[in-house]
Write a protein that binds this ligand. Structure first.
Ligand code: UD1
Ligand code: CA
Length: 468
């Protein structure tokens, strides 16, 4: 009994039935690629078992995008890529793996998995491997399941000696009625692969080399029927993608409710698989929370907020219709309603961002306030400073971006602009309506607006002069 396994994930297909340009394996499902899910299950299976294991992913259609995916994967050391130049079928894909990664012939077993099956977990791999381990005469096992809608799947044709798999396109009307189908997850002795892979022909309706031909009634192979079809749900169309996406998100929200997160209407919230929300937080309907967003405990997110790749600390309050992207919001801060935080923004503890305020790549200290109608870009605002209504950091001179620095406990009146680069110190006071072009030292009062002229009783005369 050997103890090494090569895990081959087939991901070269275009995904023609998806009708999109992205390779199917990189389609997003609850915020992660389909491939991420399968790789995660494979890595977990490899770690939990005592097997020496390595993952080989067969890429093809738009392989540069899969190479980019690989580059950013945290466990890329355990993963190799192989290139299937033309997508001539699943058996041809496995051949491409052995061509590019010949050391995969040295593994005792070969596990084949498809990249388009995101609900798969290490449990199915373990179960399949257990069956293989128990009977040393077996050369291969295929995971199967029964389904009321077998359309699209290869059918399991059983007879006294064993079984074989017939693809939908090649099946007779009788065979199409069979409800036991192929999941396309297999564990095969590598010696068996070596013996028969080269003999597989493409004489079928699709003119493709089918990996399912590794299983024939003459071979010592076994169909391992799993009780539920859910882990094997394959994604070939956008409708199937939407259905599985929904399953993952619904499960995620259920889990979060058990862990103490309140959803006023769980059906109306869209949450990605990697989002974390702490206990005692409440999420109103209509919110979309994406990516690796982390929300602390006791946070309130009101209706229709869009939050992606953010970190929101305990006790923060995100008021209705706010848009937060790549921002950090610290404890007990208040954002919105209708605020926009852009990447690189950090809002300090107890700070306040009010309605129609846009903040980009800026840092606000503890208790700072920008309550109404303002643009803060490339700025650093100190603790407890209060920025009045209609304030603008003029950070762009048409060619370059410049920084604004405002100290702590400074007051800026309404309708002010500062022309960056500029520094305003601590405890300063800027009078309303000022356009500040020069630095203002700490403790200073600055006023930069034109003198008012008032001519008593002149209003009527002025209006008359307008009439001809
Ligand atoms: C496959 C099985 C079918 C099974 C179903 C389960 C075959 C011939 N058929 O059909 O019996 O019921 O999965 O979901 O294997 N791929 C490549 N290179 C290719 C072709 C495909 O890498 O040349 C990859 C795809 O990217 C995909 C996987 O192999 O990840 C399966 O291909 P797909 O076209 O989805 O096969 P199905 O028609 O679903
Ligand atoms: Ca498929």
């Amino acid at each position: 009994m050997g103890n090494s396994i090569g895990i081959v994930i087939l991901a070269a297909g275009k995904g023609t039935r998806m009708k999109t340009d992205t390779p199917k394996a990189l389609s997003l499902c609850a915020g992660k690629t389909l491939l991420d899910y399968v790789v995660h299950a494979a890595l977990k299976f490899a770690k939990d078992s005592s097997l020496t294991a390595e993952i080989g992913i067969v890429v093809g259609h738009r392989k540069e995008l899969l190479e980019e995916w690989w580059q950013t994967h945290s466990e890329r050391e355990a993963i190799k890529l192989a290139w299937q130049k033309e997508q001539n079928g699943t058996a041809d894909a496995l051949k491409a793996c052995f061509n590019d990664l010949p050391h995969f012939w040295d593994y005792d077993y070969t596990l084949v998995a498809c990249a388009d099956t995101p609900l798969i977990s290490e449990n199915e791999f373990n179960e399949l491997f257990e069956v293989m381990k128990k009977d040393s005469t077996l050369v291969g096992v295929a995971a199967t399941f029964e389904t009321e809608k077998p359309t699209g799947y290869g059918r399991i044709i059983q007879d006294k000696k064993g079984f074989q798999i017939v693809e939908e396109k090649d099946a007779s009307e009788m065979q199409k009625k069979i409800q036991e189908v192929n999941s396309a997850f297999y564990i095969i002795k590598t010696s068996h692969v070596k013996e028969v892979l080269g003999q597989i022909s493409n004489k079928n309706k699709s003119n493709e080399f089918y990996l399912t031909d590794l299983f024939q009634t003459d071979y010592a192979v076994k169909a391992v029927k799993f009780p539920s079809e859910t882990p094997f749900l394959g994604i070939n169309t956008l409708e199937q993608l939407a259905n599985v996406d929904k399953l993952i998100r619904t499960k995620k929200i259920k889990r979060m409710m058990i862990d103490g997160v309140r959803f006023l209407n769980p059906d109306q919230v869209y949450i990605d698989a990697d989002v974390v929300i702490g206990p005692g937080s409440t999420i109103y309907p209509g919110c979309t929370i994406l990516g690796k967003t982390k929300i602390g405990a006791g946070v309130l997110v009101e209706s229709n907020c869009f939050i992606t790749h953010c970190s929101i600390a305990d006790g923060a309050h995100i008021l209705a219709s706010s848009y937060l992207e790549g921002a950090i919001v610290l404890e007990d801060a208040t954002i919105g309603p209708m605020a926009r935080l852009r990447p690189g923004t950090e809002i300090g503890p107890d700070a306040k961002i009010g309605n129609f305020v846009e903040v980009k790549k800026s840092k606000l200290g503890r208790g700072a306030k920008v309550s109404h109608l303002s643009y803060i870009g490339d700025a650093d605002i100190g603790e407890n400073s209060n920025i009045g209504c209609g304030f603008i950091t003029c950070n762009y001179d048409g060619a370059n971006k410049h920084k604004t620095k405002i100290g702590s406990n400074t007051f800026i009146g309404s309708d002010c602009q500062v022309i960056a680069p500029i520094e305003i110190g601590n405890d300063a006071f800027i009078a309303a309506g000022s356009t500040i072009t020069k630095n203002v030292p700490s403790g200073s009062f600055a006023l930069a607006r034109s003198q008012q002229i008032t001519k008593e009783g002149a209003a009527k005369k002025f209006l008359k002069s307008k009439k001809t």
